[in-house]
Design a protein around this ligand. Sequence first.
Ligand code: SAH
Length: 206
Amino acid sequence: MKKLREIMVKRQIEARGITDRKVLDAMRKVERHKFVPGMQMTRAYDDHPLPIGHGQTISQPYIVALMSELCRLSGNEKVLEIGTGSGYQAAVLSLLAKKVYTIEIVKPLGEKAALRLKELGYTNVIVKIGDGYKGWPEKAPFDVIILTASPPEIPETLINQLADGGILVAPEGDSIQKLVRVTKNNNRIKKEIITYVRFVPMVHGK
Ligand code: SAH
């Protein structure tokens, strides 16, 4: 599997222009096959998303790497992720930041991811079952916020939980989704459009 990960990093990630050494190293380290259901294991290093149950998917490896690079992490950051899913993106981020808080709305998915992350030794990740639209006010502000489900518009609540100098990376939109990076400096918000993407929708809690 280590060999397959090497090939994945070379052909899917480096070849598409990801250069951040730390991101490439994290993608080499995290055992992606341990984050997908058993029957998908042989496809874990292929160049596409994979089903993880409950109608949800683990993102394509390149997208995980791209979003991680866009976060410009140096190792000291407090990160909030919305959409834990399998826990894979959280595991990658945990190697690049100090602490990762991650929220999942589908209880069984979140519980499974929490257990998996614990078993694999990712001790700086904390999983909460809840609605990402609310963010995690008790732990705010965050240096970086990353959304791995697409809201129609970036929620104001999350922008408010971003620290000054912070970065938010997210898909935005319904049928047409753009990957955006929002930066906050002296309360001024700047938004860059990176590329087009396809994520599952960010749903509202009951
Ligand atoms: N980051 C994940 C992939 C996420 S798929 C991984 O690495 O595997 C998107 C996830 O967002 C799904 O698990 C979905 O249930 C979750 N989600 C959707 N709306 C949400 C919301 N409002 N709050 C939290 N999680 C949400």
